[in-house]
Design a protein. Sequence first.
Length: 255
Amino acid sequence: MRRISVWAVSLLAVAATIAVNSTAMATESNPNVVKELVGKIRYTVAQTGEYRGEEDWRLTIHPDGSRTIRMTNPIKATKIFRDVVLQVDKNYRPVQAYISHWEGGIQRGSGFYWTEGSHMNSLVKAPNGILRQSVEVPERFSVGSRPQGPFSWHVAHYDRAKGGVQKLTAFTMDRVGTSVGSILGQVRPIDVELLDEPKLTVGAGTFDTLHFRIEKGLELWVDKKEFITVLLISTEVGPALRYELVSLREKTLGD
């Protein structure tokens, strides 16, 4: 019995040591990370609430002020699944991006994009072969990668002091498909206007927001503090679609 008791005490001591070490690991800071947020966006038909898909994202803010967001994006309505990574510098200028696109049980392609000076470069693997592209971009521009988490970054260069309708620049990509160049991007102007600054309640909570109109068919509410998408309403094609932030939390190391 004494041997069993000693063994049990030793086992408890080991367990306690592991627990202490685990707690230390969980609270230890990572030198590459200032803050991390984890969120979920739900896609629905605005009028009926019909579920169309969702998006899980994880945002990392680095010591140099740059941001990296990673997204998984299953869409029930169109049978599409995307994996996307997008990084911007401290001024929200795109640094690099990666997209993998699945549709109908087949990987339709993937693409890597990176900014080099005044050019956005693309290397795409599509069903029709390897595609390369290099297009000129201005100092201030954004990247449209389809998931909505970083959609707010399209308006990061809006001059709030100036106000009114402003013409910003976006590098946007079509979905990855079978047509030549379908995942390659194009540089285009977008009209953006700040409408108001309301307090908005959604599934993830209540936020102080900036409310923008983009072009004619998009309305966007952005959280002032973290500059993430809180709500996006699209009336571009067909019935109005709602993209709502339904959960948000700050991630700690080890959770």
